[in-house]
Design a protein around this ligand. Structure first.
Ligand code: BES
Ligand code: MN
Length: 440
């Protein structure tokens, strides 16, 4: 716990260049911690933030397991909503409160603690281990795919293990076998050459504030479906056994989701349950929208510009750049008269899907069952970890998603927290999992 606290004190915010030294210091600390556990460790520079790698003695005739995690974190704003300092962890109500406690430091550090414990008690691990920790997951992993391509020989493995996803409810072990993909953009609406008096010109000159609202509203129809031409063309439909299995997954009822989100009611694409909407259907989301006067009181102005940031969650079959072509065409086609729209494309990553009933999947299920003394549920995830599909393409291997985040861990939000119970469960899980994988 003391060591996890040390790790959580690094403000390793990858998106903010002002925190570059904290990201580097965090990487150095991790390499030292791996070395102390008996691994050979290395901080590998990239074009962006470093990758940290640790390995044990690699022996022939046993499987190689790559454990992936990310030591970068999301920004902390709005800071005033935190009940304690995001980079000064504390334990309260059985939870560790800090930015990165769940996403992802606490989760991967549980594996590192498990590894250290096994080496200390047994002298060695039952598998060949490559532990790979990156510092750019929260900004779309721009350096990691080239890193994989450059080091594919040294990173060859049989399976990948990641704890960076969710557990559907406390005490319900969860194996993830899919992730949504993502593609992001922002767009600018430009109208008059400068902000205008809204009385002198309003009515004769188009208003960019109205235009951004109309464009954002044009993304969906009234049934919650995305209204972009061709958006659903390549969507692979969810399978009957998934629909059946997800009907009884704990933690996904209407009351559960209302409770954890605080929303007044649920809304989404008609014809699907919440689990289906979240895990197997694509979406269009507005991440931010702004323009015009935001200060106190009123200002009768017709703003010259307005903006929005969008992201689209994707499912298997959809290609991120094809979808972004369609988004761009939609925005240009629906741009109201009297203004112009300029689209800037952002990062993207593909969806991922694997077979939870493969030999590795069954080993993971068994490890979860033994560790948490309950039958695991099999889910896909609504969130994205774009590098997982890259692992599949570059290294040719599947990933076991062993989530330890609970729905109320508040990842990406103020007051992120990780339960002490799942931190300890993750440590136990690591040992059992490696034994199961060694026995395949
Ligand atoms: N750990 C999350 C992804 C996640 C969270 C998956 C919960 C499943 C359940 C990860 O750190 C994350 O936030 N990913 C980003 C990816 C993006 C920045 C490319 C996401 O999903 O928004
Ligand atoms: Mn995250």
């Amino acid at each position: 716990m003391d060591e996890l606290f040390e790790l959580l004190r690094f403000a390793s915010i990858s998106t903010d260049s002002g925190h570059k030294v904290d990201v580097q210091a965090c990487a150095d600390w991790l390499a030292a911690r791996m070395a102390a556990a008996g691994l050979q460790s290395e901080v590998c520079p990239t074009g962006g933030h470093p990758v940290v790698i640790g390995r044990n003695e690699q022996e022939a005739d046993r499987p190689t397991v790559l454990v992936y995690g990310h030591y970068d974190v999301q920004p902390v704003d709005p800071l005033e909503l935190w009940e304690s300092d995001p980079f000064d962890p504390v334990i309260r109500d059985g939870r560790i409160w800090a930015r990165g406690s769940t996403d992802n430091k606490g989760q991967f550090f549980a594996h590192l603690c498990g590894i250290a414990e096994t080496i200390e008690e047994d002298g060695k691990l039952p598998v060949n281990l490559i532990m790979l920790l990156e510092g750019e997951e929260e900004i779309g992993s721009p350096s990691l795919r080239p890193f994989l391509e450059a080091h594919r020989g040294e990173l060859a493995c049989d399976v990948i293990v990641v704890s960076d996803t969710g557990m559907v409810a406390p005490g319900v072990p969860t194996l993830g076998y899919g992730l949504r993909g993502i593609t992001c953009c922002e767009f600018a609406i430009r109208g008059p050459a400068r902000d205008l008096h809204s009385g002198v010109y309003g009515g004769a000159v188009a208003n960019p504030g109205t235009a951004v609202a109309r464009l954002v509203a044009s993304l969906h129809d009234d049934n919650g479906r995305v209204a972009i031409d061709g958006f659903y063309d390549d969507v692979v439909a969810l399978e009957d056994w998934e629909r059946e299995m997800w009907r009884s997954v704990p933690g996904m009822s209407e009351e559960d989701i209302l409770g954890v989100t605080g929303a007044p009611s649920l809304f989404g694409e008609s014809g699907y349950t919440s689990a289906e909407r979240l895990w197997a259907r694509p979406t269009a989301e507005v991440n931010g929208i702004w323009g015009g006067y935001q200060g106190e009181g009123s200002k009768t102005v017709l703003p010259a510009e307005s903006f929005a940031k969008l992201s689209f969650r994707l499912v298997p079959g959809q290609d991120p750049s094809d979808i972004m072509d369609k988004v761009q065409a939609h925005l240009e086609k629906h741009c109201p008269e009297g203004v112009t729209v300029e689209v800037e494309r952002g990062h993207h990553g593909q969806a991922y899907r694997s077979d939870p009933h493969s030999a590795h999947g069954r080993a993971a299920q068994e490890a979860l069952r033994k560790t948490f003394r309950a039958d695991p549920v099999l889910i896909r995830e609504g969130g994205s970890i774009p590098i997982i599909q890259d692992f599949k393409e570059v290294l040719g291997v599947d990933t076991l998603l062993l989530g330890l985040a609970l729905p109320d861990c508040q990842i990406h939000s103020p007051n992120e927290n990780f339960t002490v119970e799942n931190f300890e469960g993750g440590i136990r899980l690591n040992r059992v999992l490696f034994e199961e994988l060694a026995g395949i």
